[in-house]
Design a protein around this ligand. Sequence first.
Ligand SMILES: O=C(CO)COP(=O)(O)O
Length: 252
Amino acid sequence: MARKFFVGGNWKANGTLKSNEELVKVLNAAEVPGTDVVEVVVAPAAVHIPAVQAALRKDFSVAAQNCWTGKGGAFTGELPAEMLKDLGLPWVILGHSERRHILKESDEMIADKVAYALSQGLGVIYCIGEKLEEREAGNTMAVNARQMKALADKISDWSKIVVAYEPVWAIGTGKVATPEQAQEVHDEVRKWLAANVSPKAAAATRIIYGGSVTAANCGDLATRPDIDGFLVGGASLKPEFVDIIKAAAKSS
Ligand SMILES: O=C(CO)COP(=O)(O)O
């Protein structure tokens, strides 16, 4: 089954109104493959979402970087999915390693967030990934499977999920997974989906790679059969993000 290439730019807690305006100008002027070939999503900081939404070309979409576990109310500082829906956002990133490890979000809390976001009609970029010590201890797939299971325990419809495999040791470190390392985990995650959700979900779910993706290393990664796109941090703040979008043309 053909899976449309997906390229996300996670801007994290970066940017100003001015720098975002400059970046959006670059994106708007870029010649990239059409929406039949690649889906492009950028995730600015929450306060910048409306400005980016207004300025960004309409064939790219905007995502949030987080949302709350349930309905809004007395939850100071939180961002309920209804508000994202109200802005017309199609996507939210959940389970990012910075939220798992710095903000100490548990597997269960993240799964609750995903389930609620789906109930509000949002699509979810669900991030998983092992830490260096977990990889070195031979627990790579055990950790990724545990994070997949936490979600599978709470949702049944995977049609609006994109799984982002982001090994923690590769995020912001300049240490990208080799195409072989990434392909191996993507293949195992797909097999996990086939065995634990359904062969249909396994064939249709996009599994994208994140962690020190650049214009220089994305081409080879994109040729691997189970790598369906990228979630890009640092390089998504630079004009080279355009070259990463163009890697869609190399996807097999
Ligand atoms: O965390 C990431 C995307 O969500 C990856 O970040 P870097 O591309 O900066 O390593």
